[in-house]
Design a protein around this ligand. Structure first.
Ligand code: ATP
Ligand code: MG
Length: 598
């Protein structure tokens, strides 16, 4: 004997005929696998016309309101059909749709809100929703099923919750959360759901991509083999990053983390890389400043900014990096190279913690839920270098993590360190000493990038890391001794100059050939005699000289990407010539001054 099922039929004006009722009963019997249906018939003018049948959590909508909704959805789909710019075509498409419109029997699973607040709604009655499914509320607000329990589901809301209260209806959409993607997004600032927030009008999307997407598998990838130049001397020489790599930028607050990411974006000009900057939980004013910096440097021409500010609700902050990744994947699967910056994942973890605690998940270490590792691993694993068969596109990820008092062993920092292929560790002490960027050479590492470094850079960089490490030790050791032997003195002088050379102002990325020239010159000890204060000036003048007088060398370096012994010799000779010219100039100046004195 099958169970008895109760159903309710609401109609607006005319009651359904006996025949209609028996048909409906048949449909319900099949759906619920029963023979015993009790159908209550009730008048309800609010539905406009037609009728709605509700049975358990399901609703069959034959009402006028439902008809309008379905037709609207069909017309909405027309937007994505090609040729939708031609007025005549639009009219014919519309009339065709309207004429051929047939109301499909819509069966929707409906629930009611039992609790709402802080961007979370608990919905009772939806039993079959899947994780990540979009749930639509009566007032049009959308949410995402995030917590599936026995008796209710927890939804995070992507809009204001003021229109939702206890008892509000919520329906399943059977769709995964996704965002619009496309070329038209380049140069724009969007929110976590892909809507423009820069006041420059709507964006024509080329498609949709789910926000959560499994990362490419092993077979679909190839190893990192192309450099992603940051233009920052201390990073490109010692901790090179390759296209498809994940390199963490980690450090205390105000140590120049964002600056490194921005300089890297600025350095991608003319390199055919699309850059995506995802701001998570930052001040809106900070994001505005970043956009301005990018604009001033012409970097917005190839960049997209995804912004979820501190004022946005936790669900939006939580989803922003995944939206950014979806956008990046759209370009990667077209064979393009993408650089994506997540600024920063500490705030992302905090947003997720808030959301999880509100969903009443049990807190774990530092009150983060147990799956916080998976939160970042599934995001960063999406960065990859695709195999040649798949077009060879890549996503290089630069996640940023903020530490407290340099503590890299806290929960979130250790997690992300273990997920990424290396980290650039920025230190407050170095920053305040004036060493900017404040890269700590001892604690930073890049585990895969050297395979992608250009030969020229590899040869030029040589032993710079060891030299610096030796210098550091010796500097501490000899701090208080006054008479030093010649070799030690030389080593100290060389180290001092190296440290000075690694200082780099903001928004001044160096091209590969410039970096190589600096390294070759300093490697040949041509700079060691300089007083420290003059190093910066000298570096600038030397580069100017090469870029104007020695263009052949620069071009050869950029073209071949290699540094032959012969080329190295030519560079050193050119440096010597430059030194002679400078010395002569200086001599003349001194003579001039002496003459004036006399
Ligand atoms: P927050 O923790 O607030 O996000 P952050 O670590 O991202 O800070 P930035 O905002 O990049 O740090 O930089 C902090 C300050 O240091 C800025 O005022 C910036 O101008 C300055 N700064 C960063 N790098 C350099 C540099 N190489 N040369 C000079 N100034 C720098
Ligand atoms: Mg920052």
């Amino acid at each position: 004997m099958s169970e008895k099922v109760n159903a309710l039929l609401r109609y607006a004006s005319t009651a359904p005929s006996q025949e209609q009722i028996s048909k409906i009963k048949n449909v319900l019997c099949q759906k619920f696998d029963t023979t015993d249906i009790e159908l209550e018939v009730k008048l309800d003018e609010s539905i406009g016309g037609g009728f709605i049948v509700s049975c358990g959590n399901f609703e069959y909508d034959w009402s006028d309101a439902g008809r309008v909704r379905q037709l609207r959805a069909e017309l909405e789909n027309l937007k994505h059909v090609s040729g939708a710019n031609d007025t005549n075509k639009i009219i014919s498409m519309f009339s065709e749709k309207v004429e051929n419109f047939s109301l499909s029997l819509e069966d929707r699973e409906v629930g009611t809100v039992v609790w709402v607040g802080d961007g979370i709604a608990n919905v009772d009655g939806i039993e079959h929703a899947f994780y990540g499914e979009i749930i639509e509320f009566e007032d049009g607000t959308k949410g995402m099923a995030q917590d599936i329990r026995k008796d209710h589901i927890g939804c995070i809301l992507f809009g204001n919750d003021t229109g939702i209260r206890q008892g509000t209806k919520a329906v399943r959409t059977y769709k995964e959360a996704g965002i619009p993607v496309g070329e038209a997004f380049i140069g724009r600032v969007i929110d976590a759901l892909g809507a423009p927030i820069d006041g420059l009008g709507s964006i024509k999307e080329s498609g949709y991509r789910p926000v959560e997407q499994p990362a490419p598998g092993i077979i679909e990838r190839q190893s990192v083999n192309e450099p992603m130049e940051t233009g920052i001397l201390s990073i490109d020489t010692m901790f090179p990053i390759g296209r498809g790599q994940r390199e963490l930028i980690i450090g205390d607050r105000q140590t120049g983390k964002t600056s490194i990411a921005l300089d890297t974006i600025i350095n991608q000009k003319g390199k055919n890389v699309i850059c995506i900057y995802v701001a998570i939980g930052q001040k809106a004013s900070t994001v505005a400043k970043i956009v301005q910096t990018l604009k001033n440097n012409g970097a917005m021409d190839y960049s997209i900014v995804v912004s979820s500010t501190a004022a946005d609700m936790a669900p939006l902050q939580y989803i922003a990096p995944y939206s950014g990744a979806a956008m990046a994947e759209y370009f990667m699967y077209q064979g393009k190279d993408v650089l994506i910056v997540y600024d920063d994942l500490s705030k992302h973890a905090v947003a997720y913690r808030a959301l999880s605690l509100l969903l009443e998940r049990s807190p774990g270490r530092e009150a983060y839920p147990g799956d916080v590792f998976y939160l970042h691993s599934r995001l960063l694993e999406r960065a990859s270098k695709l195999s040649s068969e798949l077009g060879g596109g890549s996503i290089t990820a630069l996640p940023i993590i903020e530490t407290l008092a340099g503590d890299v062993s806290a929960y979130i920092p250790t997690n992300v360190i273990s997920i990424t292929d290396g980290q650039i560790f920025l230190e407050s002490d170095l920053f305040f000493e004036g060493m900017r960027p404040a890269v700590n050479v001892g604690l930073s590492v890049s585990r895969v990038g050297s395979a992608a470094q250009t030969k020229a850079m590899k040869k030029a960089a040589g032993s710079i890391r060891v030299d610096l490490a030796q210098y550091r030790e010796m500097a501490v050791f000899t701090q208080f001794s006054s008479d030093l032997d010649e070799t030690t003195k030389n080593q100290l002088a060389h180290g001092n100059v190296l440290m000075e050379l690694l200082k780099q102002p903001l928004e001044h990325p160096l091209a590969m050939h410039e970096q190589v020239i600096i390294l070759v010159a300093s490697g040949a000890k041509r700079l060691d005699m300089l007083p420290i204060k003059q190093v910066k000036d000298y570096k600038q003048k030397l580069l100017n000289y090469f870029n104007t007088e020695q263009t052949e060398i620069c071009e050869e370096l950029e073209k071949s990407g290699d540094l032959s012994d012969q080329l190295r010799k030519r560079i050193i000779e050119a440096v010597d010539t430059f030194n002679d010219i400078e010395n002569k100039k200086l001599k003349n100046e001194v003579e001039e001054m002496q003459k004036q004195k006399v």
